[in-house]
Design a protein around this ligand. Structure first.
Ligand code: GUN
Ligand code: ZN
Length: 429
């Protein structure tokens, strides 16, 4: 059995920097070390101590690079990889004009496999080691995703996107087919290797009440699965939901009344929430996912991160590819910072990094498995070069402390900042 010892700067959290002062929960070491054994982190400590206690370990010295958990993208659509940065539309038109036609193309299993491989390679190159992805309505698109992730040894969440109205006929299923096909995929994939299944109604406008009810029934039978969908992204969408569900109290109620609200539910966007919805999400322990580059790109609005964290709603962070405009969780953190600034709030770099690792892990109920630099956690790691471009490097030369050294990489970094990625204790080459 090989022991791997990684040397570099380390940053780890022992608590939530949104609920406690960041200084209390953040542990940075200039001379850090991470010991990996059998795919798990065994120890995190000081370089001198681990070098002398484990003299047979294979050492990789990253110098001044920063060792952090691999990033976790809590809401993404891998089938939209090839339509990222599509111009000129708001949500509903963007779905009809760009997204649905591309998702139809993934009905071809060979194309789906190609896109899944392309997406996962891009994610890894950007330091993202885990993601929760929507697939398309075609079960073969789910197979393509989980197979491509298994080939890379990745811990991923995914599910068949269910739609039985308001979408092209090629993408439409029925309540029964959504139930049967999702169930079959759960049996095949949930808990197989590192795969986790999420029951996935796209959003209330593309599911009839009958389909939402069928998926609620399936979730009641398989409560170990996650449930992922969209909530309150754009005003036009919210008005449409009101028309389609005239007796619902609000958008969240269109899910709750069909059994699609629970502690393991994960709602992307959740921008324009009413106080009742926020209280209910908090009460139930459901998660919401901030998708900042998507929210600005499609013009959806400003997510109330601080308000939701004050209400103790579980928070994750995501690229929302291809509504989102960048594969990098660094860029996603930068957009999170910028949106908070527009709301008069200042986020600390520790909070940004926490959201992209521990926060997303908690939102997906993967804490204790990934997203944390600590013993017994799966060894998915991202090593960041904090001087990756001339622009960053010249700013770092002026830095007064560690946070000033890290922040330029958060604001200006991309895949060039990713020195190395480890998946389950092995390097990704
Ligand atoms: N709402 C329903 N489907 C989608 C999607 O694919 N992307 C985004 N951003 N919002 C959605
Ligand atoms: Zn989405």
């Amino acid at each position: 059995m090989v022991l791997n010892l990684l040397l570099g700067q380390t940053l780890r959290f022992e608590g939530d920097p949104f609920q406690k002062p960041w200084q209390e929960v953040t542990h940075h070491r200039q001379d850090g070390a991470v010991l990996i054994k059998d795919g798990y982190i065994k120890k995190v400590g000081g370089r001198g101590e681990l070098l002398s206690n484990f003299p047979t370990a294979r050492v990789t010295d990253y110098g001044g690079d920063l060792i952090v958990p691999g990033f976790i993208d809590a809401h993404v659509h891998y089938p939209q990889t090839a339509i990222i940065a599509s111009w000129g539309k708001r949500l509903i038109d963007w779905l009809n004009f760009y997204t649905f036609p591309e998702e139809v193309r993934l009905s071809d299993p060979i194309y789906a496999e190609q896109v899944a491989n392309c997406y996962l390679d891009l994610a890894l190159a950007h330091g993202t080691t885990t993601m929760a992805s929507f697939c398309t309505t075609a079960p073969t698109s789910v197979t393509a995703y989980f197979e491509a992730a298994a080939m890379r040894g990745m811990r991923v969440v995914g599910g068949k996107t269910c739609m039985d109205r308001n979408a092209p006929k090629e993408l439409i299923d029925t309540p029964q087919r959504a139930y049967d096909e999702s169930k079959e995929l759960i049996d095949e994939w949930h808990g197989k290797g590192r795969a986790i299944y999420a029951i996935t109604p796209r959003f209330s406008p593309t599911s009839t009440p009958d389909q939402l009810e069928a998926l609620g029934a399936l979730w009641a039978e398989r409560p170990e699965c996650l449930m992922q969908t969209h909530l309150s992204e754009q005003f036009e969408e919210i008005a449409w939901v009101q028309d389609l569900f005239p007796t619902a109290i609000d958008y969240l109620d269109t899910y709750e009344r069909y059994g699609l609200l629970g502690p393991r539910s994960v709602y992307g966007h959740s921008i324009h929430l009413k106080p009742r919805e926020i209280n209910r999400l908090s009460e139930v322990g459901a998660s919401v996912v901030h998708c900042p580059t998507s929210n600005t790109f499609i013009g959806s609005g400003l997510f109330d991160l601080m308000g939701l964290s004050k209400a103790k709603v579980s928070l994750g962070l995501a690229s929302d590819i291809g509504g989102g405009s960048n594969f990098s969780m660094l860029r996603t953190m930068a957009a999170t910072y910028e949106i908070a600034q527009l709301q008069g709030k200042v986020l600390h770099p520790a909070q940004l990094l926490w959201l992209a690792s521990e926060g997303s892990a908690k939102a997906l109920h993967l804490d204790g498995k990934v997203g944390h630099l600590g013993p017994k956690i799966e060894a998915d790691i991202c090593v960041l070069n904090l001087n990756s471009t001339n622009a960053i490097d010249q700013r770092v030369k002026n830095a007064n402390d560690f946070w000033e050294t890290l922040f330029p990489t958060i604001m200006m970094g991309d895949d060039r900042a990713v020195r190395q990625v480890w998946i389950a204790g092995r390097t990704v080459d």
